[in-house]
Design a protein around this ligand. Sequence first.
Ligand SMILES: [Zn+2]
Length: 448
Amino acid sequence: LFLAAGTAFATWTSGDRSDSIKRAIDDGSAKNIILFIGDGMGESEITVARNYSLGAAGKFPGIDAPTFTGDATTFAVQEADPSKPDYVTDSAASGTAWATGVKTSNNRVSTTPKTDLDVKTILELAQGKGWATGNVSTAEITDATPAVLSSHVRLRGCQGPADMATCPQDVKPAGPGSIAEQTVDHHVDVVLGGGKQRYDQKITGGPDAGKSVIESAERQGYKVVTNRADLLAYRGSKLLLGLFTAGNMTTEWNGALASPYPGSGPQRCNEANRPANEPTLAEMTRVAIDRLDDSNGRGWSWKKKRHESDGFFLQVEGASIDKQDHAQNPCAQIGETVAFDEAVQVGLAYAARHKDTLVIVTADHGHTSQIIEPQSATDHSPGAISTLVTADGVNMVVNYATNLNGRSQSHTGTQIRVAAQGPQAANVLGLVDQTDLFRLMKRAMGAS
Ligand SMILES: [Zn+2]
């Protein structure tokens, strides 16, 4: 471990480091912004994954690497009285906070609490600057976190044209349509994730009435790909929509669910759960950056034709850290955290070659999993537990006890980590609120 640390130190030049710190503290502007959201990735989820995959003294080369770290509060507000906090946020209200700088109530997607007004998102500001934009997730790409960037709806469940019963005011042609329709209509340059079922639904109003959202996307200039090979092979100049599964994408790892005492395990995880036709989060991140960057020597001229600026904004979500925490599945949760770290590494490698890139690595809210003491018949958690054999060769007990065994485990209201590097990154130091991330990105972007 000391050797590893020494190696990292040896590759750091002091000039590089002081330069990056100066830029991070000054009112530096960014040419590119890459925002990584580990959904439900509280400090506990990071530690669980690090202990298991690297050992207690390990360090994630992605998640743990950025120079500056602080904490962000995550609370939402109440729909009936937005002057009062809702201590436990969901991904929609949290996403609205970091994407727009406005606190809203749970289940809302970039709309104001109570008054239901649309609020401008950081992706829309980026488009206003002439930047290229991308949105990547392992969830349905219409799920709350990616949705907050390029759609505005009353309720997060309004994902496809057939899901609009609870959002009548948003239905086309009077409204802007479902999350899937709005994402396509926003002409986001690269959109990659799961959720093809939403895009297969038929549009009910407007110029594309009767068409599926995929057909509407194709009419509006998208190339649609549905498997890993086609994603990696595509070199054309169209907007790119990748929909790799009907629902959420498959988790990288799997294993036994946590269960009441004595719990599952001791177990090691199955690390080969993802089918070969689905890309990894790191692969989707690499494709997105490759397409959004115009200095990569690939000779694509599409971006210059389409955009006034050479900048880009990209959001990458590791969605199923959250979903597998809900499901009390420690192996799947850890595997998604490790996969998220690999995606962050792709972003950091790009930023190492493009110093004017602001990289933010954070979560949207805390979650259930806790590392607890070895359990006994007399003293044990009333919840669900699993014992994992870590990279240290030591047993680690992970506890899920924010709901009854087998019910969806709950988000928590804790503050979460924000890590950042690049222009404006020093503004994450100390205690901030998620809405500050919007203002930080906006400043870095130089948007008015
Ligand atoms: Zn959740």
